[in-house]
Write a protein that binds this ligand. Sequence first.
Ligand code: MRU
Length: 369
Amino acid sequence: MKVEGKHYRTIWLNEENDTIINCIDQRFLPHQFVIERLSSLSELIVAIADMHVRGAGLIGAAAGYGMYLAALEAKSNKEPNKYIQEAATRLIASRPTAVNLEWAVNRQLQAMAMVSSIDEKIFVARKTAQLIADEDASYCKRIGEHGVAVIEQISKQKGGEVVNVLTHCNAGWLAFVDFGSATAPIYEAQKRGIKVHVWVDETRPRNQGASLTAWELLQQGVPHTIIADNTGGHLMQHKMVDMVITGADRVTRTGDAANKIGTYLKALAAKDNLIPFYVALPSSSFDWKLRDGIKEIEIEQRNADEVKYITGMCNDELKTVLVTPLKSAAANYGFDVTPARLITGLISERGICKANEKDILNLFPEKAE
Ligand code: MRU
């Protein structure tokens, strides 16, 4: 998508030196647009764990590039295959909830296993990393093309009046390689001249909505309003929300969806107010092994300081301030699970389906057991 009119992806191979990975360092948005250069696997793992790059699709793409860096590093190691295996384990451990991470690492391991020499492995890993990134972008574009039908229908029902979409966290292009999942239908609607306005949940504690979703919508010229996390229910009761679209970090084969903490409460409010609640995801975010999201999806718990401190711009300088009593304990659950029964539909690159195993498998028959 565009930043100040120039097209960027969130992650890409450095044009001058293809042993370096460039990414947008999201810790500084919306205040500073910083491009980070990652030249080792360790740097890339830190970038995932400390959320320089974040969001399910982007974490997957970063892991794909991480395995390429691992293959490059393995060349000077006495036991290259062992080094690659260990790199896979280290990468998978960097963040637990988004399934795209382990999906991308396993895809790289399978691809590299098809060849024997380390030079061939490097070649294959580079190609596969690019493929994962390209696929992520094209799948998100297709999510937009499918999802726009829902916005279009609501727009028609409203006689062309503005469609108000509520979203939580950032499942925009910054959470993927390009286009985004939840935002892709919105960008497609904008392209087709459908009037759309987005309610952006701020998404405490890390404020991905207020800092990232708002920034990217602003860059693309999509009308939007940032709201405190607890506002959605009130807006829904007053018919100020026509639909909700969120992303997902891991979705079971039965349609339970893990997404940023607070998503579940939005789904409950939407259900109570008969507002359609959609989850947009590429197929790489399905965890086909799982059936019960609440019991089986591991929820990341991050450092309590993310709850206690807030970073923002003050007199042209980024500052971090304490907003709680210093000695109070804080808990930082990163995600929650929205049960399938609260989800109106899943929007994937293959189309829209109901959130149940039968309908999901109609779109992905190759995943039938
Ligand atoms: O902790 P993050 O920022 O990596 O969390 C991911 C998210 O932004 C959301 O949960 C998002 O809605 C799904 S990722 C496409």
